[in-house]
Ligand binder design. Structure first.
Ligand code: NDP
Length: 434
């Protein structure tokens, strides 16, 4: 902690992983050698830079840009860019550390990174967003590349922003190789990439429930957030027969006891992705109930899918979910559940999946986008979805293998942390002290 003052999210992520690893390392002491752990928690490189741009009124704006190149042990750095006013070094370092283990779990050859800016896209015109993205890339371009570091989207960065950044990258480098994933379909994007994180999270929850003897059919599901991950989690949960009763944003929650329908989801996507509106706007249009200032976790459900942001599900929320009979919590977001809340869920026997396992479908499909670009090919939708499904089933099996408790139940936190760690650690040991 002394080396990383003012970085609570980073320390939280490292502590959570280390709690899983201590007993494993005690049983496998070779992983305690060669400064492995000390090296694993130190990013290989951190780039911080100024982003100057001019708003629609002609005023100069200054934001801060970051790229955390955490680990290249397994492959090129890979991880999204986040645009949100809360972005700081602590949040991006936690995300880059998590990403390193997550990418290892996908079995694809990708290292871990993350980046972003404290830029707030809310209320900005399309022209301002484009000029900001271009200004960011005038510095970022010298640090990234198809075999060096391949960024993607995250909170506040969807297809539109990736397009602006990839366009500027191409102009500056005079090369058309794959430096960003999550691109539009007309210039190298992969089918199913927008859907992948949400679909993958639901595929993972399905596997957890299946192992416990049932499917999603007929279950009540709450989803938090209403962005990329949330929308496709809603779509896949519905497709598998569940009743989705909530979505949310930072201002409140939509509670829909009748459950989502494909028509309502299309309306939500229109409001969020084309009009850049709020869930309260959606609620008005779809004539459903919106409650300001509350989180989805007060609504009784069988399955909860947190798909918004870090630390959005605390100990009290976990207690409420448990009292209401929740069976499964699978994270679409990164670290949405606090450590105390995780403990409560696990102690109550709730199936709980950490994001690095359950939301890995997004980056896995980004890995498939890199492969398609390198081959100058584009796989059909069914093929990418099948590969995504197989990867999620594989990650679930790996978690079971490394996280099985004596009583036959599974600690998915230990399973994901240990499996991801072993892959990265073996690669680091083989490559010497660098
Ligand atoms: P989006 O920007 O598309 O959506 C983010 C959603 O979360 C919005 O509904 C937003 O509401 C809400 N949100 C953001 N910050 C807060 C906050 N402080 N409090 C309450 N709600 C908040 O992002 P994504 O869907 O891409 O990402 C969501 C999560 O999933 C993140 O944790 C991200 O790291 C993770 N993830 C994303 C992947 C991807 O492929 N996109 C891959 C793996 C993980 P509001 O508009 O009010 O801010």
């Amino acid at each position: 902690a002394g080396r990383n003052p003012g970085q609570p999210e980073f320390l939280q992520a490292v502590q959570e992983v280390m709690e899983s690893l201590w007993p494993f390392i005690a049983a496998h002491p070779r992983y305690a050698e060669h400064g492995l752990l000390e090296r694993l928690i130190e990013p290989e490189r951190v780039v911080m830079f100024r982003i100057s741009w001019i708003n629609d009124h002609g005023d100069v704006q200054v934001n801060r840009g970051y790229r955390i190149q955490h680990s290249s042990a397994v492959g090129p750095y890979k991880g999204g860019m986040r645009f949100h006013p809360s972005v700081n070094l602590s949040i991006l370092k936690f995300l880059a550390f998590e990403q390193t283990l997550k990418n290892a779990l996908t079995t694809l050859p990708m290292g871990g990174g993350k980046g972003g800016s404290d830029f707030d896209p809310k209320g900005k015109s399309p022209g301002e967003v484009m000029r900001f993205c271009q200004a960011l890339v005038t510095e970022l371009f010298r640090h990234v590349g198809s075999d060096t570091d391949v960024p993607a989207g995250d909170i506040g960065v969807g297809g539109r922003e990736v397009g602006f950044m990839a366009g500027m990258m191409k102009k500056l480098s005079n090369r058309a190789d794959c430096v960003f994933t999550g691109k539009g379909l007309s210039f190298g994007g992969s089918l199913i990439r927008p859907e992948a994180t949400g679909y993958g999270t639901v595929y993972f929850a399905e596997q957890m429930l299946k192992r416990a003897g049932r499917g999603l059919q007929g279950l009540r599901v709450s989803v938090s957030g209403s962005g990329n991950v949330a929308q496709y989690a809603v779509e896949k949960a519905m497709a598998l027969g569940a009743k989705v009763v909530t979505v949310s944003d930072s201002s409140g929650t939509v509670i829909d006891e009748d459950g989502f329908t494909p028509e309502k989801l299309a309306e939500l996507m229109e409001v969020k992705n084309h009009l850049y509106g709020r869930v309260s706007d959606y609620a008005q249009r779809a004539k459903v109930n919106f409650k300001a200032g509350i989180k989805p976790w007060v609504v009784p459900v069988d399955v909860a899918l947190p798909c918004a942001t870090q630390n959005e599900l605390g100990a009290q929320d976990a207690a409420t979910l448990i009292a209401n009979g929740v069976r499964c919590v699978a994270e679409g977001a990164n670290m949405p559940t606090t450590m105390e809340a995780i403990k409560r869920l696990q102690d109550a026997g709730v199936l709980y999946a950490p994001g690095k396992a359950s939301n890995a479908g997004g980056v896995a499909t980004s890995g498939l986008e890199m492969s398609q670009n390198a081959m100058r090919l584009s796989w059909p939708r069914e093929e990418v979805d099948l590969r995504l499904h197989d990867i999620m089933v594989g990650i679930h099996e790996t978690c079971v293998q490394h996280g099985r408790r004596a009583d036959g139940s599974v600690n998915y936190v230990d399973g994901a942390n240990i499996a991801g760690f072993v892959k990265v650690a073996d690669a680091m040991l083989a490559q010497g002290v660098i």
